[in-house]
Design a binder for this molecule. Structure first.
Ligand code: SF4
Length: 189
């Protein structure tokens, strides 16, 4: 489905205060539409490219302006990579506001880089992402002990380091530097 530059198709309202879609306190943007159809997908209602609702991007940006106490923004779905132009606009806006950006996709990083050869928007979107959680959900490789991902084939890719050095650098979900990730001092409670 062709997405206009000014709207994005979402599966649900923005969900703030998530602690399971990346580190810290995050707001999740649930995109609508996914063509991967992984066996065992928990969000099959988000597959339909005509489902959910098409909303102005500006409405999403306005909602982001209202957020409080959030460390990051996570794009999930559905698969945000089916709407790269719209998601990139929102990601760039959030990045400029200092948010840490995570994106969940069923495509592998290598598949996205292949797409980027003919559609540069994919590469641009990647430059506005801090961590890309890539790969389809594979039911046979499901592991409930994994942090921030469902199956062991999926990778948490540090996009800044990966794009800088030209080979995949993984984000360590168990020992990351909070000050470096969130650009703020750690909170002690
Ligand atoms: S990529 Fe994600 S949303 Fe799409 S079918 Fe697979 S698990 Fe479901």
């Amino acid at each position: 489905m062709q997405q206009t530059n000014d709207t994005i198709r979402l599966a649900a309202d923005l969900q703030s205060d998530s602690i399971v879609d990346g580190p810290g306190l995050r707001t999740v943007i649930w995109t609508q539409g996914c063509g991967h159809h992984c066996k065992g997908c928990q969000n099959a209602q988000t597959w339909d490219f005509n489902g959910g609702g098409e909303v102005p991007i500006q409405m999403v940006l306005d909602a982001i302006d209202e957020l409080e106490y959030q460390d990051g923004i996570t794009f999930s779905g559905g698969d945000p990579m089916f709407q790269p132009e719209a998601c990139n606009k929102i990601a760039k806006y959030c990045k400029d506001k200092g948010y840490n950006i995570w994106v969940y996709t069923g495509f592998t990083f290598e598949e996205i880089m292949e797409k980027a050869k003919t559609k540069p928007i994919y590469k641009e979107f990647l430059t506005n992402i801090d961590v890309l959680v890539d790969g389809r959900f594979i039911l046979e490789q499901r592991n409930l002990n994994l942090l921030f991902r469902g199956s062991s084939n999926q990778r948490l890719i540090d996009m800044k380091k990966t794009l800088a050095c030209g080979e995949i650098v993984l984000f360590d979900e168990y020992s990351y530097n909070e000050e470096e990730v969130f650009k703020r001092k750690p909170m002690f409670v």
